[in-house]
Design a binder for this molecule. Sequence first.
Ligand code: AMP
Ligand code: ZN
Ligand code: ZN
Length: 418
Amino acid sequence: MKCAFMQRFGSFVHLLLILLAVSSCTTPPARPLAPLILVSIDGFRWDYLQKYDAPTLKALAAGGVHAQRLTPSFPSKTFPNHFTLATGLRPEHHGIVSNYFFDPAFNASFNKNSPADNADPRWWQQGEPIWITAEKQGVRSACYFWPGSEAEIHGTRPSFHLTYDGKQTSNQRVDGLLAWFDLPAAQRPRFGVLYLEVVDVVGHRAGPDSPETAAAVKEADDAMARLLAGLSSRGLRDQTNLVIVSDHGMSEQSADRVIFVEDLMNVSQVQVESTGPNGGVRPRPGTVTPAELAASIRAKAPPALKVYLREEVPAQFHYRDNPRIPPVVLVADDHWNIESRLGWTKFANSYNRGNHGWDPATPNMGALFLASGPAFRRGHELADVDNIHLYNLLCRVLGLQPAPNDGDDRLAREVLAR
Ligand code: AMP
Ligand code: ZN
Ligand code: ZN
């Protein structure tokens, strides 16, 4: 039996409890208005932090949180992984399944170097990147380059974005990002995104163990020092949360560790959709079935090559669930590549010394994760963590409700200040 108080105020108390419960589920973090800056240093292998001279990054890691390795998603290439970092989705779910891929429904190919493809919404609709989540929930965002940031997604765009220009120096990009934080308060972004590629570009050309890559790491580190100085001079340094990641690592390769597609299959019967550390082939209509193609490639494949039907790609690669994935997937061992003989003699002489795209569990494919600022614990090292969990962490720092994704809250639970 209810007491008189409960009879009179029971429904009111009930309502109050519901309101309290709802507000505690959606309570933003302690400092909801603190700016957040997400930086990607493309191709920064996890161990470059110790291997090379990176005093700014080391100090940020020491004073904040730092993972041993950020494990990329398959394939460990730039576009799939930047969109995974931004969406929390595996490439099979966000649809940017490689740097180059074919969509059977569009009967068209995506090319990461095409400005039109970068800006064309149809390629990018399968995932919701963090800057779109932010804008939808009233947080202004500014992207200084990032794969996917040039396209309108779900009818929304970041408040500020740019057409990609690979010629811009790291410092120009830092200055450009900082200029957005000089805008009047009503226009100023709260969430900034910055993309630097020098470490990747030089890592390919000269290899991960070269003095050139050491110098590229120093250039990226100097750019981070410039970013911190710029935040300090604006009075923003102490309140700003910084998350610095990379998309994958880098491993050595050489022209004498190459497997040629022409030695594995009748190339007139297939569309070769990508080559490199991993590759994909699709039978042309009316030729062979994917199963026949896979069986015949397997019969000729050297030990350094794994051949999978899309449905049989190992579960840990999370790489089956999208028609954009080629029906036959080829994965070479670390240091090995799949190439075409077309133009090879010329190409072989200038073959890059470094590459990525191999199995994400390969130690050399490990990427960078560190974060620093008022939202984060201080001086905390964590073990390897999958890059699908970054999106949920960024949402927590910005006080956003995340879109459905493949990650969970394990990274946020471990690195956020209590
Ligand atoms: P990869 O190393 O083959 O995975 O591709 C990485 C390269 O793609 C970078 O070093 C840049 O040169 C280039 N890149 C990065 N972002 C973009 C972009 N948004 N649009 C076009 N090219 C890009
Ligand atoms: Zn990359
Ligand atoms: Zn690269």
